[in-house]
Design a protein. Structure first.
Length: 339
């Protein structure tokens, strides 16, 4: 069970064995703590009692904070005792200096491209009869995306800025082809979609994607913290002050299965994406996006021989990073969605 708090001026308190959300003495929601997995604060002006913070720490319930309007995710509260693995953090920092760093960076980049290809294949299979020409084009582009992977897999040695640029360049070229085809899968004209835009997007679908990725980013950071890793020390993405580089690395494997797939399907079923007077998505729309992503995280994918919830797969991948940098795993392989 997830508690999403998305209204300005609300207050979250502990009442017996439940968390209660209220506003102006009106009870808006109440959930049992024993069934609660996480709390998402998706608005400014939300108050939390110290009892809520304490019980969430004691029960291992993370509290995620998202910018309520633009979808930036700016922090997670989690009990410090759950993340104190100094051995893993030391190994993670050392891994950047040798071949392990390149193995991880290459895996994140190739995993993203493979998932983009499989997302197009997934969309194509539902259009084989209704639109054979689009089906064929989707399958062709998916194949073309995969054509560049053998060259990336041949890269070797210690991680350098030159190798990082090579990986990011290949990822960028694949992304351009992928998003070009996404424009064929959605009602782009009705949505006013100009193509993929990240920060500062003014159209409804890019804002929807950006908000969905912010929700996913909070889930990735939680998985990394629980695995004892440092979310700000990455391999594919460059380190900068305040930049969650490893979070941005691992999220690459999960963008298509956790966000693109449910949200593309949602808009194609006529989802109402409502913007406020300031041009940003309104509260109910943002809440529904968060619900869609979290519902998908509870959906299953084939992983290590059996179907498992995507949330569990994410946590396993984070732990695989940890065991790989500690030398307990021979290599790190990305998660690739089915189609």
């Amino acid at each position: 069970m997830h508690l999403i708090v998305d209204q300005f001026g609300t207050f979250v308190s502990k009442h017996q064995g439940r968390l209660r959300v209220s506003k102006d003495k009106t009870r808006l929601a109440e959930v049992p703590i024993m069934h609660l997995e996480q709390v998402l604060i998706c608005s400014d002006g939300v108050g939390l009692s110290s009892d809520v913070v304490r019980v969430c720490a004691e029960e291992g319930i993370p509290i995620h904070f998202l910018n309520g309007l633009e979808g930036g995710d700016y922090g997670t509260f989690i009990a410090s005792g759950m993340t104190g693995m100094a051995l893993t953090k030391r190994a993670q920092l050392r891994a950047y200096e040798d071949g392990r760093g390149l193995n991880l960076a290459r895996a994140f980049a190739t995993g993203k491209v493979q998932n983009q290809a499989n997302m197009l294949r997934y969309a194509a299979k539902y259009r084989k009869e209704a639109d054979p020409a689009l089906h064929q084009e989707l399958m062709l582009v998916a194949t073309e995306l995969l054509d560049g992977l053998p060259a990336l897999n041949r890269l070797g040695g210690a991680m350098t800025e030159e190798l990082r640029a090579t990986l990011m360049g290949a990822e960028g070229r694949a992304a351009a082809r992928y998003w070009g085809m996404v424009g064929r899968l959605i009602p782009a004209e009705a949505l006013g979609w100009p193509g993929r835009q990240t920060q500062g997007a003014s159209d409804r679908f890019n804002q929807t994607l950006n908000y969905g990725y912010a929700v996913l980013r909070s889930q990735v950071r939680q998985a990394l913290l629980l695995a004892g890793l440092e979310p700000n020390a990455g391999f594919l993405h460059a380190d900068r002050p305040g930049k969650p580089s490893l979070t941005l690395d691992l999220i690459e494997e999960f963008r298509q299965p956790a966000v693109d797939r449910p949200l593309i399907g949602w808009v194609n079923r006529g989802a109402e994406l409502v913007q406020q007077d300031d041009g940003l998505l309104d509260g109910p729309t943002r809440k529904r996006i968060a619900e869609k992503v979290l519902e998908r995280m509870d959906g299953t994918e084939l992983y290590e021989g059996k179907r498992q919830p995507l949330r569990h797969i994410l946590q396993c991948q984070a732990r695989h990073i940890a065991t790989f940098v500690r030398g307990e795993r021979a290599e790190y392989a990305p998660f690739v969605m089915g189609w």
